[in-house]
Design a protein around this ligand. Structure first.
Ligand code: ADP
Ligand code: MG
Length: 221
């Protein structure tokens, strides 16, 4: 589904690349994790693969199409539709309910959201185990519940790949484990998941683990 070759990204002013000749393949339906210490280049790699930033060189194909050289329009539509991204911080809007947060991706124009979208958002909340919390605001939810809402929102447009950057990074280990379990369930339902984490135990709960150090993939397990 995703194939990357010789990806290099060096931030201006840095003396060595953050991502240094990375090759990688993600199969459709896979749950791949990339583990490594802080500063090893995981986030940069994830941002390249999810078309948030462009590499200096190399290529990354999504379903055969090079996303690195694609127009901004194509990259925007990938981010808006095929790719879902969740971060360590949930970035929910505090004054909106859980349901409204999940509806946010549909609230772009001036048109009111329809019943169909509301039902879809409810179904997503159910899928992440939060159907009973749809009226709660983020401040009334636990950290794990907030992350679940963020995952539901990320999937609202029917993404086929979920990129998760340290999704358990700000959670205690039991809550983190339950978020990993949710990712496993979504993956079992067919979602392709690419997670980066510095948590070894959580990495091992995915299907395959790549290790990253100094911008390079050093090992696969
Ligand atoms: P990780 O996610 O594994 O912690 P990052 O990809 O965030 O790694 O960072 C890799 C390297 O790139 C680090 O040395 C970091 O300081 C540097 N870096 C990350 N983002 C930026 C940026 N926006 N500008 C400059 N340097 C950056
Ligand atoms: Mg990071």
């Amino acid at each position: 589904m995703i194939m990357a070759r010789a990806l290099v990204k060096c931030y201006s002013g840095a003396d060595k690349p953050a991502v240094d000749h990375v090759d990688l393949r993600v199969k459709q339906g896979e749950f791949l994790s990339i583990a490594g210490r802080s500063g090893s280049g995981k986030t940069t790699l994830l941002h390249i693969l999810s078309s948030l930033i462009r590499p200096d060189s190399g290529e990354a194909l999504f379903l055969g199409r090079d996303i690195c050289t694609a127009s901004e329009k194509v990259r925007n539509s990938l981010r808006g539709k095929d790719f879902a991204v969740v971060f360590q911080q949930h970035h929910l809007l505090p004054y909106l309910s859980a349901l409204e947060n999940v509806l946010l991706p549909f609230m772009t124009g001036l048109a009111p959201v329809g019943e169909k979208q509301e039902n879809a958002a409810r179904a997503l909340l159910r899928r992440v185990g939060l159907e009973h919390k749809e009226r709660s605001r983020p401040g009334e939810l636990s950290g794990g519940e907030q992350q679940r809402v963020a995952i539901a929102r990320a999937l609202a447009r029917g993404a086929r790949v979920l990129f998760a950057d340290e999704p358990t990074g700000s959670l205690d280990s039991a809550t983190g484990a339950s978020v990993i379990q949710l990712l496993r369930e979504l993956n079992a339902d067919g979602l392709t998941v690419l997670m980066v984490t510095h948590n070894e135990e959580f990495a091992r709960r995915s299907g395959r683990v790549l290790r990253m150090a100094d911008g390079r993939i050093t090992r696969q397990e």
